[in-house]
Write a protein that binds this ligand. Sequence first.
Ligand code: NAD
Length: 469
Amino acid sequence: MRHLYLNGAWQPSASGEGIDVVNPATEETVDRVPAGAAADVEAAVAAARAALPAWSGTAPADRGKVLAAAADLIRQRSDQMARIIATDMGAPYGVAMKVQTLMPAGVLASYAELAAAYDFEGERVGNSRIFREPVGVVAAITPWNYPLHQVLCKVGPALAAGCTVVLKPSEVAPLAAFALAGIFDEVGLPAGVFNMVSGYGPTIGEALVSHPDVDMVSFTGSTRAGRRVAALAAEGVKRVALELGGKSASVILPDADLATAVKVTVANAFLNSGQTCSAWSRMIVHRDRYDEAVELAARAAAKYTVGDPFDEGTRLGPLVSAAQRDRVVRYINRGQEEGARLITGGVDRPLERGFYVEPTVFAGVEPGMVIEQEEIFGPVLAAIPYTRGEDEAVAIANGTPYGLAGAVWAGTEEQGVAVARRLRTGQVSVNGGQFNPRAPFGGYKQSGLGRELGVFGLEEYLEVKSVQL
Ligand code: NAD
């Protein structure tokens, strides 16, 4: 059994109980982490509170140096980190390396730079000086789908801002967080600045959120759990940042480059086996080009070879758990019951062992169907036709409770941006514009509150003080 990282040391959990970590490709148990107890939360929050004065008083550039050293170590050990992520969450090794390891190392490095570059105390408004000060002790609660990235999107800016942190990583794929705690230990982050308690959400997650000495809760996960976290945090009027679910749309206008639009949409929908909050899981196409688009999507999906994350030819790894696989299978059945047409994929098990689902494309999906409204979190793309003009496409795109991401494919960039502006969503790619890890990321509507990444992400962890002179 692993230990928790509390006050600068690895310590056994007070609970004595553990959670098995399962490799979703082999279904074998590969590790065991503590199912933390309330006493562990107490110890972690006390350590974070005690470390706050010294860390918030450390020069921002010096805080940045420690973060830069940690980012360097992640890069040096990228093979080891990518193997951990491929093993406990099932991302193909190439994805685990590029998207799940090197990108988050870049995010941490960006906060090392920002700590030094950001103006924490230089702003003036008339006769007032404006100071940006750390919020305090931050509880960070993260999901399993990008198990290092989601952690660093919180811990990077929190530490850069001068906050101290208690992290509760997902119980489903916690091993990258354990590796990260080891790295922070190695680079000499002072004791108590970063603490980690593993365990279940309804027990220690809630104990952490409700703890009176926690000043801010930064949560990434499902909308269901986010709602609960926000309600608990409201009792203490704590600052809350929520990164929640999505059901994002890729809107393909009639004069777009259809082949590119469909290929990139499928790639986005199936990245990480569809277990991406910002996945473009709905493809909205004008009726005139719809059949062609569905055909292109089916051909693209056929190239997503399902297999072991460590096989070179694999483009689609397993889903993270049996529960997640079963959930996705239920949605595929539901789609068929609702009358959507299964073009490719389906509920058959592609491999005997492992929690795999075939890459799946549905056509004939209509607005309002369950598979059009709910986040499936698997490799399932819903193709939705529209017959009238742009207004109808925009209405369908905006017609879910979510608003996290999306795409617009248009004949010109200008037209694409005009439609992007009409989408009630936090980030939009126009004609394939690439993900930018320094641009603000977050949701409208029930996809969340607040923004992560870059300067916007840093400012989530800062209070604003005005001093009148
Ligand atoms: P989840 O909500 O089940 O769990 C997320 C985290 O919250 C875990 O650490 C879990 O233990 C904890 N938790 C659960 N219930 C809790 C409670 N009552 N109190 C406190 N903590 C609690 O989500 P998941 O299945 O791990 O992740 C998938 C979800 O995360 C999807 O909905 C996905 O869209 C979302 N997500 C969003 C973003 C984003 O940036 N918007 C990024 C990644 C994932």
